[in-house]
Design a protein around this ligand. Sequence first.
Ligand SMILES: Nc1ncnc2c1ncn2[C@@H]1O[C@H](COP(=O)(O)OP(=O)(O)OP(=O)(O)O)[C@@H](O)[C@H]1O
Ligand SMILES: [Mg+2]
Length: 251
Amino acid sequence: MSTPLLAVENAGRSFGGFLALEGVTAAFQPGKVTSIIGPNGAGKSTFFNLLSGVLTPSSGSIRFKGRDLKGTPQHEFVHLGIARSYQITTIFPDLSVHENVRVAAQAGQWRYNIWINRKKLSDLDAKADSALEAVGLIGKRDETAKFLAHGQQRALEIAIALVSDPEVLLLDEPTAGMGPEETKDMVALLEKLATQRTILLVEHKMKMILGLSDRILVLHHGRLIADGTPHDIQTDPEVRRVYLGQNHGYA
Ligand SMILES: Nc1ncnc2c1ncn2[C@@H]1O[C@H](COP(=O)(O)OP(=O)(O)OP(=O)(O)O)[C@@H](O)[C@H]1O
Ligand SMILES: [Mg+2]
């Protein structure tokens, strides 16, 4: 089999004496949508923190295109092609929609160009606008970010992650706090993005996950208890017991 895009081998992470993630092994092939589900506190965000360099694993390894990411600083993950959005909205509320994305585009350039020239600046503007175009926010380009609807703010966060043109996009609960209408829009956006990138998604909304995912991983108390197609996961007795049987899963 060819080298996976992203491979996690026996990865664990502890906080003090507490094991938030333990012995997780999984490999991700390009062009697929993989969802990570599990009850609150299962370790989903911790898993994303390891995959995006926010935290280093306490044990095990993470490889991107065969390269061990051990010791790689967080900002380098974006340059390699791994970008993410966060569970809690992390935009600059007082900047315009365009400025929010442009700041992210600039952050990717500054390390290399201290004397950034006029041409470069207009390139950054164009990059930012194309990310806004991709998430359907170009019409809101000059609005102050805090005045956007919640769903639009979540889409803006995705534009911020997209501006580096990542191969792998990690999205931590992109529909958190959304009602049915906003969720529908987000699903349409994710379907569009999935045609061009590898997406890892943390979500609680089961109907959405089952419809969108090629594959689902289930975490429980920091351990991977299942890994399979939506059909495998729906019919897995252990998964039903720890997760799907709970009321919150079917929203
Ligand atoms: N920085 C940290 N310091 C200490 N404990 C942490 C830290 N980050 C996460 N934890 C703990 O690790 C466990 C897993 O947390 P994590 O945020 O990964 O869960 P999650 O699956 O994303 O949950 P949720 O669905 O509520 O977002 C929890 O018990 C959490 O309290
Ligand atoms: Mg989380």
